[in-house]
Design a protein around this ligand. Structure first.
Ligand SMILES: Nc1ncnc2c1ncn2[C@@H]1O[C@H](COP(=O)(O)OP(=O)(O)OP(=O)(O)O)[C@@H](O)[C@H]1O
Length: 248
């Protein structure tokens, strides 16, 4: 019997108004310990897919299950099974970095000891120790992005949804995030990651889902989508380019 997916998206049609879907018949799965790259041009539907998974938007058709449960069936279990890193940082200006981490830990019911250990580790990893007691309004753009990332990783849910996390991060921050995501994966959690920086994610994701104009036009490992694009052995960027050009 195959392993139960952490996330199952089945024939999802959805969007911002019922008569005008922007997602059409999207199906894919994320298995435990997998890192999946969701890639597509601007407006392809990556963030909209994520908003549906997060429960911020309701499917017009089809369904979404986390560990076999839909949001309608078990809203609390569903919601506590995922953590989200949004594309642009949303912080409370008058809270410090540490207060943000504490707030996130409390929201996810993280035990104080585990919180302390994780917060110290994350502050060190993202070189934010000196800023731990700074108000978020006094942080640089990249530092704000790091706070969002650290808040998500203070919790240990089975599924992380991460929307274009690299923008604004310096090269050390990008490397720290990639290495940390590998560690999270090894511990059994799964990651759905969207990014335009294809060369960065190429060697880190187990599989890719290529969205184009709200449809999945290819999915699989780099080798598999390379075959689908008739470009075996190609780089992710070349494969992606061939797929979307064909999809026009
Ligand atoms: N709040 C909104 N209301 C109506 N339409 C929207 C809204 N947000 C996005 N859309 C539309 O939905 C479609 C998919 O957009 P989405 O934001 O999911 O793309 P994306 O793949 O995340 O793009 P990007 O790479 O630019 O972040 C686009 O046609 C966009 O215009």
């Amino acid at each position: 019997m195959s392993e139960m997916p952490v996330l199952q998206v089945d024939e999802l049609t959805g969007g911002y108004s019922v008569g005008r879907p922007v997602l059409h018949d999207i199906s894919f799965e994320v298995k435990p310990g997998e890192m999946i790259g969701l890639i597509g041009l601007n407006g392809a539907g990556k963030s909209t897919t994520m908003k549906h998974i997060l429960g911020l938007m309701l499917p017009h058709q089809g369904g979404i299950w986390i560990n076999g449960k839909s949001r309608g069936e078990e809203p609390e279990a569903y919601q506590s099974s995922l953590a989200f890193v949004p594309e642009s940082p949303l912080l409370y200006e008058e809270l410090t970095v540490r207060e943000h981490l504490e707030f996130a830990a409390r929201a996810y019911g993280v035990e104080p000891e585990a919180y302390q250990e994780r917060a110290d580790r994350l502050l060190k990893l993202f070189r934010m120790e000196e800023k731990a007691d700074s108000l978020s309004m006094h942080l640089s753009k990249g530092m704000k992005q790091k706070v969002m990332i650290m808040c998500a990783f203070v919790a240990r849910p089975p599924l992380y949804i991460i929307d274009e996390p690299f923008l604004g991060l310096d090269p050390l921050g990008i490397r720290s995030l990639l290495d940390f995501m590998l560690e999270i994966k090894r511990s059994g959690s799964s990651i759905l990651l969207s990014s335009h920086i294809l060369s960065t994610i190429e060697n880190y994701c187990d599989r890719f889902i290529v969205l184009h104009q709200g449809r999945v036009i290819a999915q699989g490992s780099l080798a598999e989508i390379g075959e689908q694009a008739k470009m075996p052995g190609g780089t992710l960027e070349n494969i992606f380019y061939a797929l979307v050009k064909d999809g026009e």
